[in-house]
Design a protein around this ligand. Structure first.
Ligand code: NI
Length: 167
């Protein structure tokens, strides 16, 4: 297994639209394992392949308290949505920034698992938010893009300053 470098906003590669995974093979299973390791190490509750510069539809999520419920979703699609919720979100590609985003409170998702078989998942609250956040990454969308331009520019300035200090 290996830790993968995570792209940082505003890296333009974060705006790449991911293609569906054609075959769930050992390459994909290795990528999923490396992404899970990278997510736990960060630490974060979700990671999309886009964030590690692989533009295929694959996400890993573990929104459980004790980090015991790893979910891998390949080629995920939202089948149904219900309700609305607003919560503070963060992102491993936008370190240190937390902002409120409006999302569906419940989603039903269909995806392929690591065995290549389709399954459906009913997610609500934190898990539903996380699924929507990660699926946005696959479409090339970062959560800060739901905010006003003014806020987005402030975030870019803040991250640029932070990058200079760390470098
Ligand atoms: Ni994110």
């Amino acid at each position: 297994m290996a830790l993968l470098p995570i792209l940082r906003y505003p890296d333009p590669r974060l705006h790449t639209k991911a293609k569906p995974v054609a075959v769930v093979d050992d390459r994909i299973r290795q990528l999923a394992a490396d992404m899970a390791e990278t997510m736990y190490e960060a630490p974060g509750i979700g990671l999309a392949a886009t964030q590690v510069n692989v533009h295929e539809q694959l996400i890993v999520i573990d929104a459980s308290e004790d980090k015991s419920k790893l979910l891998t979703l390949i080629n995920p699609e939202i089948l149904a949505r219900e309700g609305e919720c607003e919560g503070e979100e963060g992102c491993l590609s936008v370190p240190g920034i937390y902002e409120t985003v409006k999302r569906s409170r419940k989603v039903r998702v269909r995806a392929l698992g690591l065995d290549g078989r389709p399954f459906e998942l009913d997610a609500e609250d934190i898990l539903a938010v996380c699924v929507q956040h990660e699926m946005d990454h696959l479409q090339g969308k970062v959560f800060v893009e739901y905010l006003s331009m003014l806020k987005q520019n402030r975030i870019k300035a803040k991250l640029a300053k932070k990058a200079r200090i760390t470098a």
